[in-house]
Design a protein around this ligand. Structure first.
Ligand code: NAD
Length: 359
């Protein structure tokens, strides 16, 4: 499996270094034959190539089996004409990575803020309220007069249907429960269509229980009793917001894994941003990116029918749980190590995976 590695901005390089170390350990332990090709995106690419992402990089990514994208300083990238393209939207759009899969679960050893839970937010990733990707050319956010802005949201039946199918397929492998999150009381036509498509796809999965929640009430439900949820399917912006909440409820935003998947390509990417407030201090939690890498391995294994990749993905998740319980993690999750030491300890733990534990 050839993986393109783009470290990104802010805490990206340090968390990606730890992640690659873990992937190398997984490759040796499970005989995966991972091959890494390192390149740049974001500020480093802007400096070197005059653009945050380039067509040549896209060609490389298309020819590879997977992409690991570090967090990007997207807020800094304001003018596409100056090469300041948002790399996340670029890859999501160009590779049609329509499903953003964001698991969140509690970990033993961490104080539980709202009780135990294990859920996945399945977020539509290619349209919705995202002005930089929901129309073919230009931006769907317009300054009509100096004091008036119009921002458009795009919802299409085809995109609703495919994200719904991803959610139900996932739920069929889990606790068989899908919760549809929407704002159809106000966005009656767009979110009405979203609900209709989810309910239509639900008919193909008679074993999967379905309910739906208005997004504002959902924030209260998920804080009050997250254990009642299994798979949550929603539109782009709602999913972005909700999944940061569920990651933080699980212990830290630094624990939020995230896979962007399409029918031919996939990109592992931490749920959090470039965290400039802690960049370069060796305190950033690399688990979000490491867990995203595990999701990428699992995606590849499932797609190609390679059980070793699925086993490696599960082993990484188990190693994360054990590392947190043993304090071999960063301070935000009660650990005692820096970012680099957390990566090293994780890789060593993975190298020992499956060996008998000393009494
Ligand atoms: P952020 O997610 O970078 O940080 C929010 C808070 O969480 C900060 O206090 C930060 O220190 C903390 N945090 C984030 N990741 C952490 C980690 N791994 N370990 C420990 N603490 C962590 O959000 P922000 O500060 O609003 O955004 C910073 C930049 O990132 C902006 O340019 C924004 O546009 C961009 N962003 C990018 C992505 C992406 O690349 N997918 C996602 C969100 C934000």
């Amino acid at each position: 499996m050839k993986i393109i590695v783009l470290p990104g901005d802010g805490i990206g390089p340090e968390t990606m270094q730890a992640t690659v170390q873990v992937l190398e350990a997984a490759s040796s332990r499970f005989d995966l034959g991972l091959v890494f090709e390192h390149d740049v995106a974001g500020h480093e690419s802007l400096r070197r190539h005059g653009a945050t992402v380039t067509p040549a990089l896209l060609d490389k990514v298309k020819a590879a089996d997977g992409l690991m994208l570090g967090p990007m300083a997207t807020y800094d990238f304001k003018d596409e004409a100056k090469g300041e393209i948002n790399p996340s939207k670029f890859f999501r759009k160009e590779l049609d990575l329509f499903a953003n899969i964001r698991p969140a679960r509690t970990w033993s050893g961490l104080p539980q803020k709202v009780g135990e839970f294990d859920l996945v937010v399945v977020r539509e990733n290619t349209e919705g309220f995202y002005a930089d990707r929901n129309i073919e050319s230009g931006s769907s956010e317009m300054l009509v007069t100096r004091d008036v802005v119009v921002s458009l949201r795009r919802i299409t039946r085809a995109c609703c249907e495919r994200i719904a199918r991803s959610a139900f397929q996932l739920a069929a492998t889990r606790k068989r429960h899908v919760s549809i999150v929407h704002k159809a009381n106000v966005l009656k036509i767009g979110d009405g269509m979203f609900i209709d498509e989810c309910r239509r796809v639900a008919q193909e999965f008679p074993d999967v229980q379905v309910d739906d929640f208005i997004v504002d009430a959902m924030m209260a439900h998920v804080v009050r009793a997250p254990r009642r949820f299994d798979v949550i399917v929603t539109t782009n912006m709602f999913g972005d917001i909700l999944s940061d909440l569920t990651a933080e409820l699980s212990g830290s935003l630094g624990l939020g894994g995230s896979l962007n998947a399409g029918s031919a390509h996939a990109m592992g990417q931490a749920a959090h941003g470039s965290a400039p407030d802690i960049a370069g201090q060796d305190i950033a939690n690399p688990f979000s990116l490491i867990l995203s890498a595990a999701q990428l391995l699992g995606w590849h294994g499932q797609r190609r029918g390679l059980p070793a990749f699925n086993a490696a993905a599960l082993a990484i998740e188990q190693a994360a749980a054990d590392a947190i319980a043993d304090g071999e993690a960063t301070r935000d999750v009660g650990g005692r190590l820096g970012t680099a030491a957390t990566g090293r300890a994780f890789a060593q733990r993975l190298a020992r995976h499956g060996e008998p534990v000393a009494a």
